[in-house]
Design a protein around this ligand. Sequence first.
Ligand code: ATP
Ligand code: MG
Length: 394
Amino acid sequence: MIDATAVLVIALALAGAIQFLFWQRARRGQERLAGRLVTLEREQRLAKADAESAHQETAQIADASYDPILVVDSERRIRRLNQAARDLFGVGEGSLGTSFIAVTRSHELEGYLTAALHGEPRLDQQLTLDQFTFRARIVRHTGNDGAVIRVVVTLNNVTELIRLTRARRDMVANFSHDMRTPISSIRLLVEMLRQNLGKNPQGDQTKLAKIASATDSLQHMMQELLDLSTIESGRAIMRMVETTFGDILSRSLEMMEAQFEEKGLTVINEAAMDVRVLADPDQVRRVINNIFHNAVKFTPKKGEIVISTAQTTSHLAVCIKDSGPGIPPFERTRVFERFYQVDGTRSGAADSRGRGTGLGLAIGKHIIEAHGGRIWVEGGIPSGACLLFTLPLA
Ligand code: ATP
Ligand code: MG
């Protein structure tokens, strides 16, 4: 009887031990599984973070570009667009998923997208968007099965490049044109002198004076061109000093006195001479001298030049007004371009001082802007030109 009980106890104990062993193994298995799950989750999280960071990095690189970039899917829906593209088309993040044409509103660009989707894997085209000229590159990307995954459209704004190329071409053309006249008159005069030297001493003197004048205008042209390139390349150093506006102006008035007198011009100076400005007096004087020079050139005899000033909290505005023919409204920004001369000025010389080169105001604009000021033209009242510029107060 005792034996049976003992056997039962032993059997029960054995069963318990076996169950315990099984339970322990199962628990260890569960723990291992849980551990694996945690690792898996961590790996997934890391992979997701990596993908997110890569996505962010690509977006940041794209946003750093000056060029608008758009990524379009095979259904012509916007998948991505960088900051420059959002700025150009005036759209936000919400435009993702909308159609390419709805964002770009350009049928020309849509046409190139069609060509990229169905034909050319890569296109380079020039087009105009919003008054700017762009070079568009449209590249199609396909998967292994040949199906289109995406099309990447990059737009490079070449407006400024085209303008500069044109300006350089114009400059060379204008400069050679402007040099031709004095050079050919020098050649002609020298030839005449060579053939008839000494036969008419007075005539010889006149011819020599004409040669000197033609040489002067060539020299003036060269000097201006040199000045302009020095200023434009940033090599001209502005030596800013605190000075009164009167200091700058009175020297200019002195230098121009003979020319004003010769032309019988009345100069009325209403400027606030004791206002202190921060400026390079020599450079600002060049600006003023050219404005005076223009006023003398273009104002008929017995005309008038009025100089006045006005003051804001930060700047002194100077206005030099003449009673000449004035500058037509649509030419008022163009006169600050290199070589630009209002029609009629280029041909018929307005005055014995010659036609000029059309560089004076371009140089003036650079100088004033280097001072942190602004220069512009307004119409005179009732007629004439009114040149205005600002200088920072000291
Ligand atoms: P440069 O100054 O190089 O000798 P320029 O006088 O022709 O030559 P700017 O001083 O740059 O060149 O002036 C450009 C053009 O603007 C002039 O050719 C002229 O057509 C016009 N202009 C400038 N000032 C006046 C003015 N006071 N009245 C009428 N037209 C003017
Ligand atoms: Mg001039």
